[in-house]
Design a binder for this molecule. Sequence first.
Ligand code: PDD
Length: 291
Amino acid sequence: MRQVYLNGRYLPADEACVPVTDRGLLFGDSVYEVIPAYAGAPFRAAEHLDRLQRSLDAIRLPNPMSREAWLEMIGTLCDTCGAVDHSIYIQVTRGAYPGRAHRPPETLRPTVIAFTQPIPERDPRIPEQGIRAITLADIRWHRCDIKSTNLLANVLAQAQALESGADDAIFIRDGIAREGTASNLFIVLDGLLITPPNSDELLPGITRELVLELAREAGIAHAEASIREADLRRAGEIWLTSSTREIAPVVMLDGAPVGDGRPGPRWREMDRLYQAAKQRIRLAARNGDTR
Ligand code: PDD
């Protein structure tokens, strides 16, 4: 992270400071987005900005910037990234207010923070070895559709997964598998690709939407349906999807192999389609078409 956008200014990272009274810091009173950019071209920026708007509406915080201003700021940050793939992190807090009143005046000026981070290359072992996951009780609140920065339950679940020798955790609530700690969930069950329907219990992922779109285009049988814990355990394939991790194939669940314990054929097919979609963005960026 070299440069940080803070309230209209581009600053060196070590000069970008927010007051200790910022509501984002004291109350977690803020929402965020993570947008991938391939070869300097943001991917699905409009969809991410739509979701940001829904998060802001849900926490009753007026959007402090116009769509044009967001896109311009994203473009300016992308220009500093060169050809390396990056993610653009955006956070909007309710602003700084001296005091700890739960309900601050509505005249507060929101704080807007944004910066880029390189997206690490995918571990070359993943297509052969996949990743391991554990299941955990979902102790999060009931508005997981809001991309809120209150991520303590996610942080603790991720730590528990790593401590138990796994890479990630899948949240289970009321006997239903919901999503990963920072990803959406797909399974292949009896040949059908299934992901839970959007609801208050999970984040409406942009990658999730893209995977559904690719499945539709490729004629892959799919459904949006609740995934019972028992079905998760007998699934032939399990995937976790996100803007930065793309589609990760889970090969071990709670220490038991998923399918034959290797990334499955449906994952290979979908990963190929996903990589092709990414490549189209890279090529368009090289040709100067960054829409
Ligand atoms: N997280 N579910 C949760 C809880 C998430 O935090 C994320 C993404 C997703 C996938 O959403 P998308 O496909 O739009 O990235 C699902 C981002 C990457 C993060 O917190 O860094």
